[in-house]
Write a protein that binds this ligand. Structure first.
Ligand SMILES: Cc1cc2nc3c(=O)[nH]c(=O)nc-3n(C[C@H](O)[C@H](O)[C@H](O)COP(=O)(O)O)c2cc1C
Length: 261
């Protein structure tokens, strides 16, 4: 298969998923067209033919699933037996049903998911877990995964030989639920620069009071914490320190990327 265009659709609040899918796309090689679905749905439906284009979809794992907003956006992405690669990035606990959810969604939308991978990124709620990841070793594995994808596409040129991998996960998927760990701003350090207001994927921070968070909208994605130029936003909840200590103790043993072909 002579792939010229690689469409990369990703949801990535704290940028680890973006780092991984970019590395994979670069290793496959071709004209890379990015669609960032973190802050908004695609402007219009994305329809890919099976001729010269392929798709990579990347999403983080939120409580064993993909973020609801990512699932909504993926409904707008359609293929015509177009080769696709499913990628999830998780914070070193587990990815449960998220990768299967991406694969099922893509195949249901006319894609042929011939490869899939689960990679590890710094845990955006408990950042001592998988701190510094993806690291150089992860990026090497992402690049090797991309190269293998390219090889499979080349080998399958003109045939119907692309595989149909079994990926880890169960159906029905885990029930989705929210994590009540909403960051807020510290009035002493917040300069009202509005970076968090602008970049919050959920529209949960208002211009009139950027130190507060609308907990009914917040998805606890951690973007406001990483983009705040003054280190003002964090999870200041009383229960946080104890929860972080427990989580970090339970889930710090290094996990490695898994790939499926
Ligand atoms: C609401 C929420 C739930 C999460 N649930 C999980 C989980 O079930 N398993 C896990 O290992 N990591 C979990 N994480 C961590 C993210 O999957 C991880 O930090 C990922 O690298 C974030 O990707 P991003 O940087 O592209 O936003 C969760 C994060 C959030 C915000």
């Amino acid at each position: 298969m002579n792939i010229t265009d690689i469409h990369v659709v990703y949801f990535s609040a704290t940028y680890t998923t973006r780092t991984i899918v970019r590395e994979i796309a670069k290793a496959i090689g071709g004209n890379i067209i990015e669609h960032d679905i973190t802050n908004a749905l695609p402007e219009s439906e994305i329809r890919l033919s099976g001729d010269n284009s392929m798709l990579i979809v990347g999403a983080p794992v939120y409580v064993g699933r993909i973020p609801e907003a990512a699932a909504e956006a993926l409904k707008m992405v359609h293929g015509n037996n177009t080769p696709a690669v499913a990628v999830c990035v998780y914070g070193n606990r587990d990815y449960d049903d998220a990768l299967l959810e991406i694969k099922d969604t893509l195949n249901g939308n006319g894609f042929h998911t011939f490869a899939a991978g689960a990679f590890i990124g710094r845990h955006c709620i408990f950042p001592k877990v998988a701190e510094g990841r993806p690291d150089a070793a992860d990026l090497e594995k992402a690049a090797a995964f991309g190269k293998r994808c390219a090889q499979l596409l080349a080998d399958a040129a003109g045939t119907d030989a692309l595989g149909n991998p079994e990926v880890k996960g169960n159906r029905p998927y885990r029930e989705a639920h929210k994590v009540p760990m909403c960051p807020t701003g510290d009035k002493n350090t917040c300069t009202k620069c509005m970076t968090c207001v602008r970049l919050c994927p959920a529209g949960a921070i208002s211009e009139s009071d950027p130190c507060s968070t609308d907990t009914s909208k917040c998805i606890a994605c951690g973007r406001c914490v990483v983009v705040c130029p003054h280190g003002s936003r964090a999870i200041y909840l009383p229960a946080y320190a104890e929860a972080a200590a427990k989580f970090t103790a339970a889930f710090s043993a290094r996990r490695e990327p898994e790939t499926f072909f």
